[in-house]
Design a protein around this ligand. Structure first.
Ligand code: NAD
Length: 256
C-alpha cells in the first residue's frame, strides 16, 4: 500500500516508534529511522522486512539536527511523505519538585520537536499534494495524571499542534492526526513499573497489574503492533478525510 512513499519515524530505535516503523515497512514504505540506544539491532529488524532503510541520529531536542534529519531523508529518498513524530521521554515529580531542566527537556523532545520536524517536512508534502503527519501523543494529551506536569502539558500541546496543522492543510492531500495510546509496555513504561515495584516492595508482575488497574479498564497493555495497524489506516486512502483527530487506543482509560 505504501510502496514508493518514505516514512520518517522519530525515536524508532525502541518501543512504539520501532513498532510503527515495522508496520509502515510491512506496507512497503522506505523508512528513515532515528533514536538512540540499540541502533543497529533496531535498523536490522526493519531492514529484514525488505525495504530500504536509512538512519539519522538527530537529537530531537536540537532544531538544527532535526532540520539535518529531514534534509537527509529528502536527499536519500527524495522526500518525506509520512512524518511520525514519536520520540518522547518522561519525568515524574510533583510540580514544586520538578527539576526545571527536566521540564525543558520533556517539552523540547515531546512537543517542540514535532513542530520543528513538521515545519521542515511540510513544504515538500504540500508541493506533492500528499502527506501524512502522525503525532504520537498519549491519553495524557486528553486527560491528566498527577506528577506528570511536563508530559501532560507537552501531550496536550501536541494535540493542539495536530489540530492546527490539520486545519492549515485541510483542502490539500496533507493530513495530520494524533494517536493517543494508554499504557504500552515499552522501556519508558517499564521504568515506571520498576519504580512502583521498588516503592511498594512488590514484584514486577504485581506492579504491572496495579499500574493497569489504576487507569486502564481493559487491564491490558496496548501493543506497538495495534498502534502500527492504526498508523497504517491513517496513512491509507480511506483516511483521506480524517483530519485533526486525537485517536485514543487506551483500553477505555479516557472514557471514564
Ligand atoms: P521508548 O523509551 O521505548 O522509546 C523512545 C524513543 O525515543 C527511543 O527510540 C529513544 O531513543 C528516542 N529518543 C528519546 N530521546 C530522544 C532524543 N532526544 N532524540 C532522538 N530520539 C530520542 O518509549 P515509548 O514508550 O516507545 O514512547 C514512544 C512515544 O510514545 C513517546 O512520545 C511517548 O510519550 C508515547 N507514549 C508512550 C506510551 C507508553 O505507555 N509507552 C503511552 C502513550 C504515549
Amino acid at each position: 500500500m505504501l510502496k514508493g512513499k518514505t516514512a520518517l519515524v522519530t525515536g524508532s530505535t525502541s518501543g512504539i516508534g520501532l513498532g510503527l516503523a515495522k508496520a509502515l515497512a510491512a506496507q512497503g514504505a522506505n523508512i528513515v529511522m532515528n533514536g538512540f540506544g540499540e541502533v543497529d539491532a533496531a535498523v536490522a529488524q526493519v531492514k529484514a522486512l525488505g525495504v530500504p532503510v536509512s538512519y539519522h541520529g538527530a537529537d530531537m531536542s536540537k532544531p538544527a539536527e532535526i532540520e539535518a534529519m529531514v534534509r537527509h531523508a529528502e536527499a536519500t529518498f527524495g522526500g518525506v511523505d509520512i512524518l511520525v513524530n514519536n520520540a518522547g521521554i518522561q519525568h515524574v515529580a510533583r510540580v514544586e519538585n520538578f527539576p526545571p531542566e527536566r521540564w525543558d527537556a520533556v517539552i523540547a523532545i515531546n512537543l517542540s520537536s514535532a513542530f520543528h520536524a513538521s515545519r521542515f517536512a511540510l513544504p515538500g508534502m504540500q508541493a506533492r499534494n500528499w502527506g501524512r503527519i502522525l503525532n504520537i501523543a498519549s491519553v495524557h494529551g486528553l486527560v491528566a495524571s498527577a506528577e506528570k506536569s511536563a508530559y501532560v502539558a507537552a501531550k496536550h500541546g501536541l494535540v493542539g499542534l495536530t489540530k492546527v496543522t490539520a486545519l492549515e492543510n485541510a483542502t490539500s492531500g496533507v493530513t495530520c492526526n494524533a494517536i493517543c495510546p494508554g499504557w504500552v509496555l515499552t522501556p519508558l513504561v517499564q521504568k515506571q513499573v520498576d519504580a512502583k515495584a521498588a516503592a511498594l516492595g512488590i514484584n514486577n508482575e504485581e506492579a504491572k497489574r496495579q499500574l493497569l488497574a489504576e487507569k486502564e479498564p481493559s487491564l491490558q497493555f496496548t501493543t506497538p503492533e495495534e498502534l502500527g495497524a492504526l498508523a497504517v489506516f491513517l496513512c491509507s486512502q480511506a483516511a483521506d478525510n480524517v483530519r485533526g483527530v486525537a485517536w485514543n487506543m487506551d483500553g477505555g482509560w479516557a472514557a471514564q
